[in-house]
Design a protein around this ligand. Structure first.
Ligand SMILES: [Ca+2]
Ligand SMILES: [Ca+2]
Length: 96
């Protein structure tokens, strides 16, 4: 899946680069493309995706504690929009 997303983003960039370099756009000289790649996150609290739920994941959780829509979306383990005690309880359940 990650490979497909990278391949797709490369295709989009190359395509727009070719169109732009050949003067394909008549309306504007610049094109802004917003592309957000959402990483695959473990539903068990393995935030750094190393195969273990441990103190490293806990430290990451604490860093984003209380934040809504954190910059690391994997810190919001249950995907309810906030990093809080529910995410911590899920992490503790899967602690390895
Ligand atoms: Ca981990
Ligand atoms: Ca949450």
């Amino acid at each position: 899946m990650k490979f497909f997303i990278k391949l797709l983003s490369c295709f989009v960039l190359i395509t727009f680069g070719l169109i732009y370099s050949t003067g394909g756009f008549a309306v504007s000289d610049s094109v802004n493309i917003g592309l957000q790649i959402i990483p695959e996150c473990s539903p068990h609290g393995d935030i750094n995706n190393d195969g273990y739920v441990d103190i490293v994941d806990f430290s990451i959780l604490l860093y984003f504690w209380g934040q809504t829509n954190p910059s690391n979306p994997c810190a919001d383990i249950n995907r309810d929009g906030i990093v809080d005690i529910i995410d911590f309880s899920i992490m503790l359940y899967w602690w390895s």
